[in-house]
Design a protein around this ligand. Structure first.
Ligand SMILES: Nc1ncnc2c1ncn2[C@@H]1O[C@H](COP(=O)(O)OP(=O)(O)OP(=O)(O)O)[C@@H](O)[C@H]1O
Ligand SMILES: [Mg+2]
Length: 481
């Protein structure tokens, strides 16, 4: 648990210096010496019309810097006493005006000054307590929340350390920017329009926002934005207080994913049971009929088409079963180049992949992995790339070794992934294709993760899509995502 020094509300260094016990003693001694000096001068100049006595005011005024609350009144009483002694001592030498005008006036001046100093000290104490309380509240808030202040134009005018920590930007990089710097692109423009309309009309806005940190990772914040209004009722600044809810959001997402998986699992098991066997029967029967047909029979291609469709259906059911109840990988030593070549051969067999130019670079590496599983992963990524390029373009595969991790990068020259679907492409059943099952990427990522690796698909600025698969040289337990 971190411990905190009491935040100081006093920002003036001179006030600080005077508060030191040594300085306080010095001030009191100085005031005493001054009072005695004035007293001595007064005694020596009995008929000067009491001009020196006025200087006692300084002794009382020193109370402005002395922390003892009773000082001004004690000082006023003390110097009044000295005045009285002086008055008694030189009663016969004093002029009547001095006795009846100057002495009363000076005494009144001293006590008025003392009263003013007491009042000032009381007000100062109160405002210092307020400022102190404010400083403590700010320190507590800074510890508990992510805080940012913006001007009416939405420019950031202040951020606390938590804001810098979570966004990974330095304070200097944030000041003067607007919040677009951390926009993750998830929320549609209408979302922010509504937010601005609310706060610009002077109302508090509350909601959950997904933001993007400097390294591109995202984080969720529960946000409250409070507008501060001027005398005309218009906002002059906004203070946003946020709380990190990324862990909760991740948990919710995982829960949704698991629920979806459980549903898929039930569905897959049911479909497999009800459909797989009849499908095998239909395929077998068709094959028997086909074998009885004379060569060149025009019905044969139709039957082959039916068999192809039955195979595709069978594959989808197998995908569903694999996705919902994946089997652990069966690793065996395999050469990555030959595995990738096998997957490229599968691509070339597909009509959409026949005219795609392919290239491969990188060292020969042998890894321990499940051959069938990885062949499926790569074939899926190649087919996706070929489909995105609509059969014409190039796929470039590069392999590199980083410690005990192998990285395979598959780059295509297609249109890339539209920004608005980037978050969804790995979700099961998400597809933009009329005949797509939407399980390709979900299964590919799951297969990579089962090997202890990862899969990402990005759209770089230069165009195209880049799939990056990382695999350990030997499978390790899947990493928590
Ligand atoms: N290389 C790519 N370039 C552009 N978009 C891509 C690329 N790869 C995948 N996508 C997008 O991601 C979506 C999901 O891909 P995924 O492989 O999971 O499903 P699918 O290809 O649509 O169907 P399935 O693979 O199950 O037949 C695709 O529909 C497509 O919109
Ligand atoms: Mg696919």
């Amino acid at each position: 648990m971190p411990r905190y020094r009491r935040p100081s509300a006093i920002s003036d260094p001179a006030t600080f210096a005077f508060q030191a016990p040594g300085a306080q003693r010095g001030l009191m001694m100085g005031a005493l010496v001054l009072a005695l000096l004035i007293f001595a001068l007064d005694l020596a100049q009995a008929n000067n019309g009491q001009a020196y006595g006025v200087a006692y005011v300084v002794v009382v005024l020193v109370g402005l810097w002395i922390t003892t609350p009773a000082y001004p009144l004690l000082a006023a009483a003390g110097v009044t006493g000295l005045l009285m002694i002086d008055l008694a001592y030189g009663w016969n030498d004093h002029l009547p005006e001095a006795i009846f005008v100057n002495y009363p006036l000076i005494t009144a001046l001293l006590w008025t000054t003392a009263a003013v100093v007491v009042r000032f000290k009381r007000l100062e104490g109160r405002s210092q307590a307020d400022v102190q309380r404010l400083a403590e509240l700010t320190a507590a808030l800074d510890e508990a929340a992510i805080v940012a202040t913006t001007d009416v134009a939405g420019r950031i005018t202040d951020v606390n350390q938590k804001f810098c920590d979570i966004s990974q930007y330095a304070r200097g990089e944030l000041l003067g920017q607007d919040h677009r710097i951390i926009n993750s692109g998830l929320h549609p423009p209408d979302f922010f329009k509504g937010l601005w309309q609310t706060i610009a009309s002077g109302q508090v806005w509350q909601g959950e926002i997904r933001n993007k940190a400097k390294d591109g990772s995202w984080y969720w914040v529960d946000t409250t934005i409070v507008p501060f209004l001027n005398d005309a009722g218009r906002p002059y600044q906004y203070i946003a207080i946020r709380h990190d809810i990324t862990a909760r959001k991740r948990g919710e997402e995982q829960l949704r994913h698991q629920e979806a998986l459980a549903r898929v699992g039930q569905l897959a098991a049911m479909v497999a049971h009800e459909v797989k066997n009849p499908l095998a029967g239909i395929k077998g029967a068709l094959q028997v009929i086909m074998s009885r047909r004379p060569a060149g029979d025009p019905e044969v291609p139709v039957m082959r088409d039916i068999i192809d469709r039955a195979d595709a259906l069978n594959e989808l059911i197998s995908d569903l079963l694999f996705y919902s109840r994946p089997k652990p990988p069966q690793p065996s030593p395999l050469d990555l180049h030959s595995l990738l070549n096998e997957s490229l051969a599968l691509l070339k067999r597909d009509p959409i992949g026949q005219t795609i130019a392919t290239s491969m670079t990188g060292p020969e590496i042998t890894i321990a992995a499940d051959r069938n599983m990885l062949r499926g992963v790569f074939a899926n990524l190649f087919i996706n790339a070929a489909q995105a390029m609509q059969g014409s373009g190039a796929i470039d595969v590069s392999i590199c070794l980083d410690g005990d991790l192998v990285q395979v990068t598959i780059r295509d020259t297609g249109p890339g992934i539209p920004e608005h679907i980037r978050d969804q492409i790995f979700e099961p059943f998400f597809t933009t294709k009329s005949r797509g099952g939407g399980l390709g990427l979900a299964i590919a990522r799951r297969s990579a993760e089962l090997h202890g690796g990862s899969l990402s698909l990005e759209s770089p600025v230069g165009g195209g899509a880049v799939a990056t698969i990382t695999l350990p040289l030997t499978p390790r337990p899947p990493q928590a995502s």
